[in-house]
Design a protein around this ligand. Structure first.
Ligand SMILES: C[S@@+](CC[C@H](N)C(=O)[O-])C[C@H]1O[C@@H](n2cnc3c(N)ncnc32)[C@H](O)[C@@H]1O
Length: 214
């Protein structure tokens, strides 16, 4: 069984700042990722040493892009990235984790129950089938698909005004260019590249934020 990586130095400072009094919950979540998460194939074993840096902190810093008390759909949540990081960091948010694979949903629900998170719903199914489920004001996603396809999957979940907050890498600008047509069709009024966690992380997180007005 893998031992969860211990926080120290700059990562510890970042985690304390992001999670505050809920840091214990984040540590417990990382414990689940490092053990049952790996055993049940939600992440590869090579990820264990970088669970904090590359996964949990990298995802959690996007909380700075999300308005107070938002109703958030995390599409393709997988092991809860970024959805569970946000639910731990921001108890004011209401999160729905949308994930089609049953074994991933079972694991997510076990973690939610163990952590006692009362602001999370695990919903099994594809994003296309979740339209109208709730009046989401924000959709998040990491590593689900390129922006053109991701916009088609996620923007219909925003019934009124809202935003897609997608974690992206160096391809962000190219993806925006390739998605211009579909973004326009889906009533995107603004598409920006933001850098989150500049002052907290060695490698800040790149986010594409798409704002829609309906
Ligand atoms: C590469 S994983 C990324 C998981 C997680 N977001 C992360 O960053 O580690 C992609 C996830 O998207 C889910 N997925 C694929 N197509 C989907 C769809 N149409 N609606 C919702 N989730 C989908 C998959 O089941 C998978 O869990």
């Amino acid at each position: 069984m893998e031992t969860p990586p211990v926080l120290s130095g700059r990562e510890l400072q970042a985690a304390e700042q992001i999670f505050g009094t809920r840091l214990g919950l984040a540590e417990r979540y990382v414990g689940h990722l490092a053990t049952s998460g790996i055993e049940r194939g939600l992440l590869g074993p090579r990820e264990v040493p970088r669970l904090w840096s590359r996964h949990v902190l990298n995802c959690a810093v996007i909380e700075s892009c999300i308005p107070q008390a938002a109703t958030v759909a995390d599409v393709g949540s997988g092991a809860g990235l970024p959805g569970l990081c946000l639910a731990i960091a921001r108890p004011d948010l209401s999160l729905t984790l949308i994930e089609p694979l049953e074994r991933r949903c079972i694991w997510l629900q076990e973690v939610v129950d163990d952590l006692g998170l009362d602001n999370v719903t695990v919903w099994r199914g594809r994003a296309e089938a979740a339209v109208g489920l709730t009046d989401f004001s924000v959709v998040t996603a990491r590593a689900v698909s390129a922006l053109d396809k991701l916009a088609r999957l996620t923007l219909p979940l925003l019934q009124g005004n809202g935003e897609l907050v997608a974690i992206k890498g160096r391809s962000a600008q190219d993806e925006i260019e390739n998605a211009q047509k579909v973004l326009k069709k889906l009533r995107a009024v603004e598409t920006e590249i933001l850098s989150c966690g500049d002052e907290l992380l060695e490698e800040p997180t790149t986010v594409v934020r798409v704002t829609v007005r309906r």
